[in-house]
Design a binder for this molecule. Structure first.
Ligand SMILES: *Cc1c(COP(=O)(O)O)cnc(C)c1O
Length: 409
């Protein structure tokens, strides 16, 4: 089953999105999004929604967030003219360097913003989930900075696979709890984090790591990540005198991509391309290309596109990059695909690895394996299209991927 919309409906949805009317009162992005959560969580989600509305419109809160982004995260992150890749690909390539942000990726923008919110709410502790550990590290750092205790739920399988990040979280003062239920990876960790939030919805704050989950998270995370696109827009104008012709970002849950894309949505001439993980093949379980091959359904409190079988069982996914290895995707991306404003492609493990090596050799920059998918998508695009000015969201740095890279070498 797919969601079918007429041309008129698609145009109307884009107009409403550009007018700031989506998500709507029900937290919906057109057919997607919403709030599918147990009754016991509804009051906490409603409190969060009210707080988000209040503080994101509060000049004092925004000023404090801005100061912390500048002086602690290290924003604005640079825009780099990638001369080597430009020459190789026959295009003008610019990299938005989220790998230069504190803790090594864009995730800190969201973690810091939500940790500051948690303090405003008077929360006694922050709860978070993590898969590969990147969101856990960002949250542990943000909570230490803001001064709130932090508990991170992590699947037992992931704890074994990601030992260095477990140690980093511990150094930063977070308590890491091993989740032994379900698939013992990210999905189970999210379930467990929600369960513990239900147990103490007043005293704890659930700090979700991507533009997914029940309303208002997809909206909140997008708002905190659009700093990427706003900066990139200004930097492109300053360096090139105009806008990019096309922008690329990798898609896991979709937070770095929506952060880069959102400030360009109204610029009709700017094409936007999200690159999913094509893994090792197109079969179910071989990839994490949710928008390419998924169907609509509910996961983690939100109606969006999902990878599940005909019985509604959520599928195991595969990607060489742990950060893209998620069977769902944010509802705003599901909408942007349905209305055709963003194009979604995929890059395989092999293509991402090749792009990573090319970026190292040509630019002296080691990108995260996730970000390498955006590079691979851009390279493929450059081969099919005339020379163009390309903006690529480099979501993070690849130091964390060294164990994987060494094994494959
Ligand atoms: C977590 C992560 C991603 C994927 O998450 P999104 O929410 O899709 O951005 C991408 N790149 C890096 C470096 C990550 O750590």
């Amino acid at each position: 089953m797919q969601v079918e919309l007429s041309d008129l409906e698609r145009k109307a949805l884009l107009t409403r999105l550009l007018g700031g009317k989506l998500p709507d009162q029900q937290g919906r992005f057109g057919p997607f999004g919403g709030r599918y959560a147990p009754e016991t969580l509804m009051p906490a989600l409603e409190r969060l929604e009210a707080g988000v509305k209040q503080y994101l419109a509060d000049p004092k809160f925004i000023a404090e967030l801005g100061r912390e982004l500048d002086t602690w995260v290290g924003r604005p992150t640079p825009l780099t003219h990638a001369r080597g890749l430009s020459a190789r690909w026959g295009a003008e390539v610019y990299l938005k360097r989220e790998d230069m942000a504190h803790t090594g990726a864009h995730k800190i923008n969201n973690a810091l913003g939500q940790a500051l919110l948690a303090r405003k709410f008077g929360a006694k502790q922050v709860i978070a989930e993590t898969g590969a550990g990147q969101h856990g590290v960002a949250t542990a750092a943000a909570c230490a900075r803001v001064g709130i205790p932090c508990v991170v739920y992590m699947g037992a399988v992931d704890i074994e696979r990601q030992a260095p990040n477990v140690d980093r979280m511990a150094q930063l003062g977070a308590k890491v709890v091993a989740v032994e239920s379900g698939d013992r990876t990210l999905r189970a960790a999210i379930d467990e984090a929600f369960r513990n939030w239900v147990a103490d919805p007043e005293g704890s704050y659930y700090l979700l790591g991507s533009a997914v989950g029940p309303h208002p998270y997809p909206y909140l995370v997008r708002e905190l990540q659009t700093v990427i696109g706003h900066e990139a827009r200004k930097q492109m104008a300053a360096m090139t005198g105009g806008l990019p012709d096309v922008a690329f970002a990798c898609i896991g849950g979709g937070s770095n991509a929506i952060g880069l894309f959102h400030p360009f949505l109204a610029d009709e001439k700017v094409q936007l391309v999200g690159v999913e993980a094509g893994g090792r093949g197109t079969g179910l379980g071989e990839n994490s290309a949710t928008l390419a091959t998924g169907t609509p359904g509910v996961l983690h409190g939100c109606y969006s596109m999902l990878l599940h079988d005909e019985h509604g069982q959520v599928q195991e996914t595969h990607s060489v990059s742990a950060g893209l290895d998620y069977p769902g995707v944010g509802p705003e991306h599901a909408l942007l695909k349905t209305i055709g404003r963003v194009t979604y492609t995929s890059a395989t493990d092999q293509e991402a690895l090749a792009a990573l090596q090319e970026c190292c050799a040509a630019e002296g920059v080691l990108p995260a394996l996730e970000s390498a998918h955006a590079l691979a998508g851009a390279k493929a695009w450059a081969q099919e299209n005339p020379a163009k000015r390309m903006l690529i969201g480099l979501s993070g740095r690849g130091d964390k991927d060294m164990p994987t890279l060494s094994k494959l070498a």
